[in-house]
Ligand binder design. Structure first.
Ligand code: FDA
Length: 300
């Protein structure tokens, strides 16, 4: 990250929340479920599918986990009721993974019961490496009862190739992303090229192994490599889709749709927007400029 961007990101806690919120608005569908439904409707009108996510990660009490579970269930009912083209993404820490994995599993089971009654696919997001084993375990046990689910693997983790191999054999539905959390060199590749190269390697294994893959990246090097592989393997649209984040590289998304690929956008919403937005700012090369300009106008 550029030095100035690093400085701005480090200074974020001191920047007034309304201003952070202003810049975050491109990445977040809004505070309410109604906002998120409206966002998905407009994406659907552009032939873009969605995966909706209620923002919220680490929680501290079982009551908070139950509240998160109920919010996800409301999203599922809304998807069915509004007939929008969306599935659901969930984060297991928000459902109690770190409090008690058994309790978390039961919360997820309740969500999956509702999802399966509406025939809606559910994706398990992947968080930092301390959550990987727990997330994979809960995913694999619940998949026996609920086949319409998928998991995320992160190309920066050294363990991912092994995780992928085990799950490709079970024809798991994957989302493959680079990985967003700060991880130590012992567990994760650090250099951009290493992460890219592991991404391409694991993607090839997944696609050749017959798994459905959500190719989640805005990196043109990876998108070009994926397109090449899709051509070579002669894969149809029932084998893959591209996935991007709301507010990131919309021009690239339009190109992919125009080229005939299936594209799905990650649509986060809710009141816990701050942590998610700060992660997006860290990835955004233009953010320093935006925030400086805004501060300048405000202080003038
Ligand atoms: P990279 O960060 O190199 O971005 C490529 C280019 O895209 C940049 O050069 C820039 O031009 C543009 N860009 C990227 N981010 C931007 C931003 N915020 N604002 C403006 N421009 C930007 N991670 C994780 O650990 N667990 C998960 O479950 C998920 N889930 C997930 C779902 C989906 C649909 C996506 C697309 C991504 C995730 N991620 C994730 C995040 C992922 O791990 C990764 O951090 C981001 O996608 C950024 O990596 P890229 O592959 O896009 O490359």
């Amino acid at each position: 990250m550029h030095f100035i961007n690093k400085l701005v990101v480090a200074a974020l806690p001191a920047i007034p929340r309304p201003m952070v919120r202003f810049f975050a608005s491109r990445y977040i569908a809004g505070d309410s479920l109604e906002d998120a439904v409206a966002c998905v409707q407009s994406l659907n009108a552009e032939e873009v599918r969605a995966t909706m996510d209620v923002l919220g990660e680490d929680i501290f009490t079982q009551e908070e986990a139950v509240a998160a579970r109920e919010q996800s269930i409301r999203v599922l009912h809304a998807i069915a009721h509004e007939r929008i083209d969306s599935n659901l993404s969930i984060k297991l820490t928000s459902l109690g993974l770190k409090l008690d994995p058994e309790f978390c599993r039961e919360n997820v089971r309740e969500i999956l019961k509702v999802a399966s009654s509406h025939n809606i696919f559910v994706r398990f997001d992947m968080e930092d490496h301390t959550c990987t084993t727990g997330t994979v375990e809960i995913f694999r046990t619940l998949r026996k009862d609920f086949p319409n689910i998928g998991i995320v693997l992160q190309a920066y983790l050294r363990r991912t190739e092994d995780d992928a191999r085990a799950m490709i054999a079970e024809r798991v539905n994957f989302r493959l992303c680079k990985g967003i959390y700060r991880e130590a060199p012992e567990v994760a590749f650090q250099a951009r090229e290493e992460v890219q190269s592991n991404y391409v390697k694991v993607l090839g294994q997944m696609l050749r192994g017959g798994s459905y893959v959500g190719i989640a990246t805005h990196d043109t090097v990876l998108i070009d490599a994926a397109c090449e592989m899709i051509r070579e393997l002669g894969l149809g649209k029932d084998k893959y889709e591209f996935q991007m984040l709301l507010g990131v590289r919309p021009e690239l998304r339009k190109k992919l749709v125009a080229a005939g690929h299936k594209v799905r956008l990650y649509v986060p919403f809710g009141s816990y927007w701050y942590g998610y937005s700060v992660r997006r700012f860290k990835e955004n090369p233009e953010i320093a400029g935006y925030i400086f300009k805004a501060l300048f106008k405000i202080n003038k």
